[in-house]
Design a protein around this ligand. Structure first.
Ligand SMILES: [Zn+2]
Length: 195
């Protein structure tokens, strides 16, 4: 899936910054209208939070789950790559950004929040802060950018390494998150809750 420099002349940036910024700002506005909090209720201006089982998780800018959003970017790049002859790079990046923004809105809807609380280890989960959602989308775009620079073998290795690292450190990962959201399994929940 690597480099698009093969297309000769075009050296302009493939990142349509104003469009991406508008998408992210729109998402933030929708989240605000949905009543999401802008920042962690603790009020501390610490940019990150590394303790998953805490009130700060998904409330500051960066936390372990940020890495799952970087992986979203890998997946979007790979999924859109086959469409490269029909869709220009800026269009594909924009599509990825829109999907991620919509996911953030869905993820913070009462339906999904309830599902997380009922079926996963996220007992204290009451949605992301708006700042966290914005950084999740930026993390996704970062992942997209990284994936676009790599050979697919390298990208796959990094993807797996991030998943394994998350499993070992927080007993969760992108794959487990998807499984527990769609087909919750008791065995996994027990392992995740275990000390
Ligand atoms: Zn906090």
């Amino acid at each position: 899936m690597s480099n698009e420099l093969a297309q000769p002349v075009q050296r302009r940036s493939q990142w349509n910054g104003p469009v991406l910024a508008t998408i992210i700002a729109t998402m933030a506005a929708v989240l605000w209208l949905m009543g999401r909090t802008p920042w962690c209720k603790c009020g501390q201006l610490v940019p990150w939070s590394w303790t998953v089982q805490s009130m700060h998780n998904s409330q500051h800018l960066i936390d372990p789950y940020t890495f799952t959003h970087v992986l979203h970017g890998f997946i979007f790049f790979a999924a859109l790559w086959p469409l490269r002859s029909r869709l220009t790079a800026p269009v594909r990046i924009t599509i990825a950004c829109v999907i991620e923004g919509l996911w953030e809105i869905l993820e913070n809807s009462p339906l999904i929040i309830e599902r997380y609380r009922a079926a996963t280890i996220s007992l204290d989960y009451y949605g992301d802060s708006i700042a966290n959602s914005v950084f999740d989308v930026l993390a996704c775009l970062l992942g997209y950018a990284i994936a676009s620079k790599l050979r697919w073998q390298t990208a796959t290795m990094i993807f797996l390494a991030v998943e394994v690292t998350l499993l070992l450190t927080i007993r969760d990962s992108l794959l487990l998150n998807v499984i527990m959201l769609t087909f919750p399994m008791d065995a996994i929940l027990q392992w995740q809750s275990g000390g």
